[in-house]
Design a protein around this ligand. Structure first.
Ligand code: SF4
Ligand code: SF4
Length: 86
């Protein structure tokens, strides 16, 4: 199953914990030993991007993967005749 990607650039990360506090669904955990965040459950990510927006260093990137296929456009019969180009 494809899942969201949460990329953390540890070269940029200063360990401020803002992303960890921002993630309300507990996807981002804190590695106390390494003093840095880890994306522990990316499959549960709500793709709200709060972690990305809260990072002052621009060290997090959230790349959503949407498993729902894009619906086909509505059939022509759905529209009033004047809207439809023959
Ligand atoms: S995008 Fe939202 S839910 Fe996903 S890891 Fe970041 S804060 Fe958590
Ligand atoms: S908000 Fe950014 S700088 Fe702070 S701990 Fe998270 S990734 Fe590191």
């Amino acid at each position: 199953m494809s899942t969201h990607k949460i990329i953390i650039d540890y070269e940029k990360c200063t360990g401020c914990r803002k992303c960890y506090r921002a993630c309300y669904v507990d996807v981002i955990a804190w590695d106390a030993e390494a003093k840095r965040p880890v994306a522990r459950y990316p499959e549960e990510c709500a793709t709200c991007s709060w972690c990305e927006l809260s990072c002052p260093e621009g060290a997090i990137q959230v790349i959503p993967v949407n498993p729902v296929s894009i619906p086909e456009p509505y059939p022509k019969s759905f529209y009033p005749r004047s809207y439809v180009k023959e």
